[in-house]
Design a protein around this ligand. Structure first.
Ligand SMILES: Cc1cc2nc3c(=O)[nH]c(=O)nc-3n(C[C@H](O)[C@H](O)[C@H](O)COP(=O)(O)OP(=O)(O)OC[C@H]3O[C@@H](n4cnc5c(N)ncnc54)[C@H](O)[C@@H]3O)c2cc1C
Length: 386
């Protein structure tokens, strides 16, 4: 627990931790095994106020800073990474509206989102445009005081269950470079022409739907362009992804922490050659490396979150935190699996789930390769020689 936070924030983090231990951990195995969307847990998360965590108080939220929010996410991911995914995508969309939306958009969308009744989904990626966001082909044509959206979005987390989608589309298909002609639309579920296509069966990240959304002549009022002005969408998307990367780093941290906690407990229970495996130096070295990397990721994450809270762009810090935490998570979950020996490969223990959930951290909100490119671009800018 971060004792530098004020008492109210510490209490909420402690409450989320208790919720995870009492309500999530006992049911996660069943929900994940049956790939069940966790409706009951979501109801409880609503009551805890988690969906409103970073929404400003003026719009019905708790108004927490990101330094606090990432600790809530870490707790959720310690119980079930999928649960934090549902919250993260919602918080990202709410953050985009709070940061870039018009006053009318904030007043209409944010109170609904703060209650958690309407949850958010992010629609950037398409079948042929993931890392290369500028390659999207979805169009939004101006028709009177509306826009008409046509195209398909892929990989939409919470695509079946969310109600408010932030959708990136080309408002000017001739703009060069293409990002100058893009806008984000706030589209509500139930709008005629919007439907769910296929959903994906995945290696991990179970219980959360990952869907294709189809847009056929979907009419959206011009007033639902994020920020009210066309052509700003790419900038808004990149701003949102900063939060997305902080989100994923926090998720990876929680997942790795869960793997470490299980591993250090098991290492003291399991005996080989007449003593607990924790007494073998080779296992101690693993535990020391795991804990050190987790702590390093936590510090990088806190640095990125603190910079975001100061209102500064933090692409470099968020990129570093996301890159390090997701790669660390992959390593730590594998080491935990090794410590469990043969049992680690079975569904008797949670480490098997952690190991399957970890790779998504390497891909979501931009792959490790893309994070490295972002980091390098910023470093070259900072260290430019004349
Ligand atoms: C479970 C899941 C949930 C998701 N949820 C969402 C969501 O809610 N909303 C959303 O919009 N998207 C979502 N995504 C999409 C995700 O953001 C993309 O999958 C990710 O950005 C990678 O894009 P891609 O899959 O098209 O891979 P590609 O871009 O095709 O990349 C393939 C490989 O090439 C590498 N590569 C690409 N370009 C370069 C380069 N310039 N230099 C070096 N290497 C490069 C990549 O790192 C990767 O290894 C989700 C994806 C998954 C799997």
């Amino acid at each position: 627990m971060d004792t530098s936070l004020d008492v109210e924030k510490q209490l909420v983090i402690a409450e989320v931790r208790r919720f995870v231990e009492r309500e999530v951990m006992p049911v996660v195995h069943d929900l994940e095994a049956h790939d069940t969307y966790p409706l009951e847990l979501i109801e409880k998360l609503k009551r805890l106020g988690v969906f409103s965590a970073t929404i400003p108080e003026a719009y019905g939220g708790l108004g927490f800073d990101f330094v606090t929010y990432v600790q809530i996410v870490e707790e959720l991911a310690r119980g079930w990474m999928s649960l934090s995914g549902i919250v993260n995508t919602h918080v990202l969309v709410a953050h985009m509206i709070a940061s870039y939306g018009t006053e009318a958009q904030k007043q209409y969308f944010l109170p609904l989102m703060a209650q958690g009744e309407k949850r958010g989904g992010l629609c950037l990626s398409e079948a042929n445009a993931g890392s290369d966001v500028q390659a999207i082909t979805m169009t939004a044509s101006h028709v009177g005081d509306e826009y008409q959206l046509n195209g398909a979005k892929l990989w939409v987390t919470n695509g079946v269950n969310a109600s408010i989608f932030a959708v990136l589309a080309r408002t000017d298909p001739h703009a060069r470079p293409p990002h100058r002609g893009m806008s984000i639309f706030l589209v509500e579920k139930g709008t005629p022409g919007l439907s769910v296509g296929r959903t994906f069966e995945k290696l991990g990240y179970k219980g959360v739907d990952t869907a294709e959304l189809l847009f056929v002549d979907v009419r959206v009022p011009a007033s639902h362009i994020l920020g009210g002005i066309a052509g700003e969408g790419f900038k808004h998307a990149m701003g949102g992804l900063e939060v997305g990367r902080i989100n994923v780093a926090a998720r990876a941290l929680g997942l790795a922490q869960a793997a470490f906690n299980d591993a250090i407990t098991y290492a003291q229970q399991r005996e080989t050659f007449g003593k607990p495996i924790a007494q073998h130096q080779a296992i101690q070295l693993k535990l020391a490396d795991m804990a050190t990397k987790i702590e390093a990721a936590r510090l990088l994450l806190q640095k990125a979150a603190a910079k975001k809270d100061r209102g500064e762009r933090c692409d470099l810090e968020a990129g570093m935190a996301k890159l390090f935490a997701s790669e660390m998570c992959q390593e730590v979950t594998l080491e935990a699996l090794r410590i469990f020996g043969g049992f680690g490969y079975t569904k008797e223990f949670n480490v098997e789930r952690y190991y399957r959930d970890a790779p998504f951290m390497l891909v979501g909100e931009g792959t490790s390769e893309i994070q490295r490119l972002i980091i390098a671009r910023h470093l070259l800018h900072q260290h430019k020689i004349s």
